[in-house]
Design a protein around this ligand. Structure first.
Ligand code: FES
Ligand SMILES: [Fe+2]
Length: 349
């Protein structure tokens, strides 16, 4: 592995800049993998729902009155509006905001105002198409195509002690002007950029002991935290503490950051070849004071701004006539290499 890594080159820049690569990934990566869509505790009770976009498909996940969790298309069968528009909600019926068609929580079409006299109209076949959904630990996943199982051996056991007792508190969306892979690459550089880009975060991490452990389908960057933060780490240290930080990545686009008593997840969703949205889901112990939640999210927002600026610069740089591929740091960038290898394997099928 080390030899391979020592000799390897990063993905050619056309992977990040061409419409063809983006279209191929939509089908072969995003539509053909289990995609995290939201926190399981937001769809625990009958009537609770969440929405997401997967491989450009609007998707709705809802807990039925019968207690069954279902995922379905969130596109109205009348004129293709979104049926549910909020990220999270609770409903007894799903009512399309456009012309008021209503669907049951199981996706069956229930109401079609002012539709008497329409011929060859089969209500039963006009339900919202269902897609596979699974819950793993605190997370809900859906899959658009194929029936392969989610393969992340050892991940849930590794995560469990860090996620125990946490509940979803808030979702925050950041739009970033880069290809989705630039954002993931930045996450998977084994802390290489932290000292240069995030002085606050650097102040709390014990960087020399930071390493990335590779597993089948996922990896985890483990960073011991300093017993005493450096002066510039004060603001971060106030809200990010514990012995060790764990930064998990699940192929292709799902990341989970764990500190003591705090977890946030990042889901990177492509908008087009040059833009993505990063959805942060923040988890805290039940009953955490609002002020602490706000301060913690504010600190994460500063780090996110630093990452956003550099990712947008990289996206512009990738279009340079003089740049095509780069190299990997053997000490730091093994996780990024794993990501690229999986991507090549999966999008060459
Ligand atoms: S688009 Fe939904 S009711 Fe018309
Ligand atoms: Fe960063």
């Amino acid at each position: 592995m080390i030899t391979e890594l020592a000799r390897a080159h990063t993905l050619p820049s056309r992977f990040y800049t061409s419409e063809e690569a983006a279209a191929r990934e939509r089908e072969q990566v995003f539509a053909s993998s289990w995609q995290y869509v939201g926190p399981a505790d937001r769809v625990a009770a009958p009537g609770q729902f969440l929405t997401a976009v997967v491989a450009d498909e609007p998707v709705l996940v809802v807990r039925g009155e019968d207690g069954v969790l279902r995922a379905m298309s969130n596109v109205c069968r009348h004129r293709a509006s979104f049926v549910a528009c909020e990220a999270f909600g609770t409903a007894r019926r799903l009512k399309c905001p456009y012309h008021g068609w209503t669907y049951g929580l199981d996706g069956r079409l229930k109401g079609t105002p002012e539709f008497d006299g329409v011929e060859d109209f089969d209500t039963a076949s006009m339900r919202l198409p269902e897609i596979p959904v699974q819950v793993h630990g605190p997370f809900v996943f859906v899959r658009i195509n194929g029936d392969e199982a989610l393969c992340i051996p050892g991940f849930l056991e590794h995560l469990a002690p860090h996620a125990a007792g946490l509940r979803h508190a808030r979702q925050v969306a950041y739009e970033v002007g880069c290809n989705w892979k630039v954002y993931v690459d930045n996450y998977l550089d084994g802390g290489y950029h932290v000292a240069h880009l995030h002085p606050g975060l650097h102040g709390v991490l014990d960087y020399p002991r930071y390493y990335c452990e590779l597993h089948d389908g996922w990896n985890v960057q483990v960073s011991p935290l300093r017993a005493e933060e450096r002066p510039r780490g004060k603001a971060v240290g106030d809200v990010r503490h514990g012995d060790t930080a764990y930064y998990y990545w699940l192929y292709p686009n799902f990341m989970i950051n764990c500190y003591s008593g705090l977890m946030d997840t990042n889901r990177v969703v492509p908008i087009d070849v040059n833009r993505c949205v990063v959805l942060f889901d923040y988890y805290f112990p039940e009953g955490t004071q609002q002020e602490k939640v706000d301060r913690s999210i504010e600190v994460a927002g500063h780090i996110q701004d630093e990452d956003k600026d550099i990712c947008e610069a990289v996206q512009r740089g990738l279009k340079s006539r003089w740049y095509d591929t780069g190299r990997y740091s053997v000490r730091r960038e093994n996780g990024q290499h794993q990501f690229h290898q999986m991507l090549i394997q999966n999008s060459a099928r």
